[in-house]
Ligand binder design. Structure first.
Ligand SMILES: Cc1cc2nc3c(=O)[nH]c(=O)nc-3n(C[C@H](O)[C@H](O)[C@H](O)COP(=O)(O)OP(=O)(O)OC[C@H]3O[C@@H](n4cnc5c(N)ncnc54)[C@H](O)[C@@H]3O)c2cc1C
Length: 379
């Protein structure tokens, strides 16, 4: 793709990483984003070693170290009693597992992309894509040699490629909030309760990120995210332990997400169009991997296009390389959704299992995820 014109649709984490990866390999890259400015919600994001490895290979190491904090452990906790069930140490991970504010992560990738010559244009909505790959937008026709659509879970390009499924509501909603909290240990705490769970982790020395998930039968709202009264979240968790009640009690502003999913896309590309990230394979947030996989996608796509003899081969190779890996991660995220929300006897048995694992084989939990965190998309 050297000196070729690559257009990226969507300035989310997947789109911006893709833009940077292509620009570093000599392509002329433009990103088009429908939002009027670079904006990410007030929320945190966990970037695991597999994601950080790619960001470091893209030259963002310095920015990463200055924009995030190092995660020390994952701590499954009984959300009803407040008892810690296990502690799985993350400090041996290389590169480190990190917690970011989303806005900081997006800004640092965008800055890297700008420095590599990428032009990012906001307020441009892609309305349709023609067979030859050119884009019909609100600012006119945009030609390109390759169009990469990182347009998220509600991707129109995914359907354009012949994937017909609509995103389905998974029966779960997530509230997100950030509160002031000083000196919280840098661990991801998973507070598990029947049909619900909360994940908390600090973003800085004085802020704590909260994701609270509840099972629900319907999602009736227009759209898939809206501001919500924090009392609705508190009502859903009114029987949890005092420590968690206090955390939720400090929330004064929250947004509610309907969690949607569609199967991994069957068709990821045509001659000049390719999809990646949530557009191709949305994953439930219960493994904290959706953005990590989108980051990997961007790098692998640029590498395939750089190394293959022609675009056809590159795009086919890209889909082949990625499908197996993302499908495996999605399956684990789905399992976690079930395991976090157990009730009755199954919950008691699972908690005993976690305690035993945490005591007898504390490294076994992370060993099981070596295939995920240890993966090097840059090789
Ligand atoms: C509650 C929650 C917590 C999560 N936590 C984590 C976590 O800790 N770690 C992790 O790795 N993942 C996490 N995820 C998943 C992660 O947020 C997503 O997988 C990731 O953001 C997907 O990135 P993307 O670039 O593919 O899509 P998006 O971030 O959705 O970006 C798509 C972009 O395309 C733009 N766009 C769409 N259509 C058009 C168009 N027609 N024209 C122009 N622009 C368009 C959109 O405006 C948007 O900016 C979480 C998700 C949720 C819901």
């Amino acid at each position: 793709m050297r000196n070729k014109r690559v257009v990226v649709v969507g300035a989310g984490i997947g789109g911006l990483t893709t833009a940077l990866a292509f620009a570093q390999r000599g392509a002329v890259v433009h990103v088009y984003e429908q939002a009027s400015a670079l904006k990410e919600t007030g929320a945190g994001i966990q970037v695991a070693p597999n994601g950080n490895r790619v960001l470091a290979a893209l030259g963002l190491n310095y920015a990463i170290n200055h924009s995030s904090i190092i995660a020390h452990a994952v701590v499954p906790t009984d959300g009803l009693s407040g008892k810690v069930l296990a502690r799985f140490d993350l400090t041996g991970q290389k590169p480190q597992y990190r917690f970011f504010h989303r806005a900081a992560l997006v800004a640092l990738i965008a800055q890297g992309a700008n420095a590599a010559g990428v032009v990012i244009k906001y307020g441009v909505r892609v309305k349709s894509i023609s067979e030859n790959g050119s884009l019909n937008t609100n600012i006119g026709e945009i030609p390109c040699d390759l169009c990469v659509c990182a347009d998220g879970i509600h991707s129109a390009s995914r359907i354009f490629l012949g994937n017909i499924s609509k995103p389905e509501f998974t029966g779960q909603v997530a509230w997100r909030a950030i509160i002031a909290a000083k000196g919280v240990e840098p661990v991801a705490r998973i507070w598990m309760a029947p049909n619900r769970h909360v994940v908390t982790y600090p973003l800085t020395e004085d802020t704590l990120n909260i994701v609270a998930v509840q099972e629900r039968e319907t999602w009736a709202e227009e759209g898939w995210m809206h501001a919500d009264d924090p009392n609705n979240m508190r009502a859903a968790f009114n029987d949890v332990c005092p420590e968690l009640l206090k955390i939720l009690g400090d929330v004064d502003k929250t947004y509610l997400w309907g969690l949607f999913r569609h199967p991994v896309a069957k068709y990821w590309h045509s001659d000049r169009l390719v999809i990646l990230g949530d557009a191709a394979h949305p994953t439930l947030p219960f493994l904290a991997q959706g953005a990590n996989l989108a980051i990997e996608d961007g790098y692998v796509l640029a590498r395939c296009c750089d190394e293959a003899d022609n675009l056809d081969t590159a795009l086919a190779l890209f889909q082949k390389e990625r499908t197996k890996r993302v499908s495996r991660a999605i399956a684990v995220a789905n399992d976690n959704a079930r395991n976090y929300h157990l009730s009755g006897i199954k919950r008691r048995v699972a908690h005993i299992g976690l305690k035993t694992l945490g005591t007898l084989a504390p490294t076994a939990f992370l060993k099981r995820l070596d295939w995920l965190y240890g993966f090097d998309a840059t090789k």
